[in-house]
Design a protein around this ligand. Structure first.
Ligand code: COA
Length: 464
C-alpha cells in the first residue's frame, strides 16, 4: 500500500530580523551571513506566539485548504525541540486550539504524541505514521504530522546568526498526491553525544557548533551506508559498477540549520561516494590538489577539529571541490531549490528539512521540471545524536498541489524588526498583549498563568 505526504502547509511568524541589521549590530561582515551561511532573514516569534500556536496555525491551514474535518484525521503528532512542558504533550495544546474552531470534543478520537530528538524527531514521526497507514490501522483516515520550532540562541553567541521560527504541517494518507515513501529502506544511526542540548529549565541550547556540523555529516553518512544496504537487499535500486546511490536520487533534501549547511553536507556525501569511482581522478585534477587526510590521532571529531593544518587544507579542498563543474551540476540540479526558503526564514530545527522539501517542490516546478516519478532522498539529522536517511517518489498527482504553492504568499506580510525590538522579544520582557504584529488571522497566545496551583496553564484565542 502506498503511504506518504499528500500536502504540506507552513506557518511562519510575521516578524523577521534582517541579516544586514544583525551583522551591523554584532560588528560582523554581512557577507559572512549572506554568502558564508546563506542567511538573509531570520523569522522571529512575536510576544503572543509559541511553538504550539505555530503548529496549530499550520494544522488549521492544511485542514482548511483540503476541506478536512476532524473526523478525517486519525492521528495528530507534533515534533519539536522547543517544548515548554515536561509532561503535557504539545499535540494536546494543538487539539485544544483546533477545537476552538471545529468544536469541543471534535478531536476526541484522535491519538498522538509529542516526539523529541532534536531536529530529527519529525522524521521519526513521519516514519511511524506512514507505517500506521501501511499497516491498515488508519482505516481510511489521514494523519497530521506537524514539525514546529523556535530556533533561539543566546545573545552574542555564534549560533545567534542561525535563528528562525515556524511550523510545517504534513498531511499523510494512503493516496498521497505529493510523495510516497519507499518501503523497507529507511535507515538510522544513533550515538550518545553532546553536540547540542538544552538542559531542563534552559530556554536556549548549549551548542558546540563546529563539532555538531561535523557530527551531522558523519552520522548522515553512516545512515546512508545502511540505506545502501537496504536498497540492495530489497532490490529497490540497482547501483551499477560506476554509479553511486546519489546518481539514483533525482533530488536530495538535507537538514538545514542554515541554508549553506545543505551544500556543505552534500559536498561531504558526494566526496565520500565519488572517492571510489573512476570519475574521482578527473575531480582531483579539477580540484588541483590531493584530498587531505587527518594527521596522527585523527580518530575522534575533537582530534580532527583540533588538527588546524588538516582543517585548513580540507577547507581549501572543499571550496575547490564545490566549484568543480561536476559538483555544481549535482548541487544545482538536486539541492539548490531546497535552500531558497531557508535563507528567507532561517533555522526551523525539526521543520527545516521539510521546509526545504516544500521549497524544492515549488522552485523546481517553477523552473518547468516535470517532477512525477522523481526519487527524493532525505538526510535528516538531530543532535544528541541520530540521523535518518530515507526516500520517496513524487506521485503523478503532485502538480495539483504544487501549482498552488507560493512561498511569499504563504509566509504573508512581514515586518522587519528594529534591533531594540529584537532584543526585547529575545529577552521575553513583553507581555502577549504587547505583540508587535503584523496581526493576521489565526491562533495566538493570550496569557500564561503564574498562580502556584495553575502555573504554566496557557490560554489561546483564534483571531478571525
Ligand atoms: N565572508 C564570506 N564568508 C565568510 C566570512 C566572510 N567575511 N566569514 C566567514 N565566512 C564563512 C566561513 O568560511 C564558513 O563557511 P564554510 O562553512 O563554507 O567554511 C561560514 O562563513 C561560517 O563561518 P564560521 O567561521 O565557520 O562561523 P562560526 O564558527 O562563527 O559559526 C556556526 C558558524 C554554524 C558553527 C554557528 O553559527 C552555530 O553554531 N550555529 C548553530 C548550529 C546548529 O544549530 N547546529 C545544530 C545541529 S545541526
Amino acid at each position: 500500500m502506498a503511504a506518504g505526504i499528500d500536502d504540506i502547509a507552513i506557518y511562519i511568524p510575521g516578524l523577521y530580523l534582517d541579516a544586514a541589521d544583525f551583522a551591523a549590530a554584532r560588528g560582523l561582515d554581512p557577507v559572512k551571513l549572506q554568502k558564508g551561511l546563506g542567511v538573509s532573514q531570520m523569522a522571529i516569534v512575536d510576544a503572543n506566539q509559541d511553538p504550539a500556536c505555530l503548529a496549530a496555525n499550520a494544522c488549521h491551514r492544511i485542514m482548511e485548504r483540503n476541506g478536512l474535518s476532524p473526523a478525517d484525521i486519525g492521528r495528530l503528532y507534533v515534533s519539536t525541540e522547543s517544548s515548554f512542558d515536561e509532561s503535557k504533550a504539545m499535540n494536546s495544546y494543538v487539539v485544544g486550539m483546533l477545537e476552538q474552531v471545529y468544536g469541543q470534543g471534535t478531536f476526541e478520537h484522535c491519538g498522538g504524541v509529542e516526539t523529541k530528538f532534536a531536529c530529527v524527531s519529525g522524521s521519526y514521526a513521519l516514519y511511524d505514521n506512514t507505517n500506521w497507514i501501511r499497516a491498515g490501522e488508519s482505516d481510511g483516515k489521514s494523519a497530521l504530522v506537524v514539525v514546529s520550532d523556535i530556533a533561539k540562541y543566546d545573545l552574542g553567541s555564534s549560533g545567534e546568526m542561525t535563528q528562525g521560527a515556524g511550523a510545517v504541517a504534513m498531511l499523510l494518507n494512503d493516496e498521497p498526491r505529493l510523495l510516497a515513501f519507499d518501503p523497507r529502506v529507511t535507515a538510522t544511526s544513533i550515538k550518545d553525544e553532546y553536540d547540542f542540548y538544552r538542559p531542563f529549565g534552559k530556554e536556549t541550547p548549549i551548542v558546540h557548533g563546529q563539532y555538531s556540523n561535523l557530527l551531522y555529516m558523519i552520522q548522515v553518512r553512516k545512515a546512508l551506508e545502511l540505506y545502501k544496504e537496504n536498497v540492495a537487499r530489497t532490490g529497490l535500486i540497482k547501483i551499477g559498477p560506476e554509479e553511486t546511490i546519489l546518481d539514483h536520487m533525482d533530488y536530495i533534501n538535507m537538514h538545514l540549520p542554515y541554508s549553506n549547511m545543505g551544500k556543505k553536507a552534500l559536498a561531504y556525501l558526494v566526496r565520500h561516494e565519488w572517492r571510489q569511482l573512476p570519475r574521482w581522478s578527473a575531480i582531483l585534477e579539477a580540484v588541483g590538489m590531493e584530498e587531505p587526510v587527518p594527521g596522527e590521532g585523527g580518530g575522534t571529531i575533537e582530534a580532527v577539529l583540533a588538527d588546524g593544518e588538516f582543517m585548513a587544507r580540507d577547507h581549501e579542498f572543499t571550496r575547490s571541490f564545490s566549484q568543480t563543474e561536476q559538483f555544481r551540476q549535482i548541487y544545482e540540479s538536486k539541492l539548490a531549490s531546497s535552500l531558497v526558503a531557508s535563507s528567507m526564514i532561517g533555522n526551523l530545527y525539526t521543520a527545516s528539512l521539510y521546509l526545504g522539501f516544500r521549497s524544492s517542490l515549488e522552485f523546481e516546478f517553477k523552473k518547468g521540471a516535470d517532477l512525477a516519478g522523481k526519487r527524493v532522498g532525505f538526510g535528516s539529522y538531530g543532535s544528541g545524536s541520530s540521523a535518518m536517511v530515507f526516500s520517496g517518489v513524487i506521485q503523478p498527482g503532485y502538480a495539483d498541489v504544487v501549482r498552488g504553492m507560493d512561498l511569499e504568499a504563504e509566509i504573508g506580510p512581514r515586518r522587519r524588526l528594529t534591533w531594540g525590538e529584537y532584543e526585547k522579544l529575545h529577552e521575553n520582557v513583553l507581555d502577549p498583549s504587547e505583540a508587535a504584529g503584523p496581526q493576521g488571522t489565526g491562533f495566538v497566545l493570550v496569557d500564561v498563568k503564574t498562580e502556584s496551583e495553575s502555573r504554566g496553564e496557557r490560554r489561546y484565542a483564534f483571531v478571525e
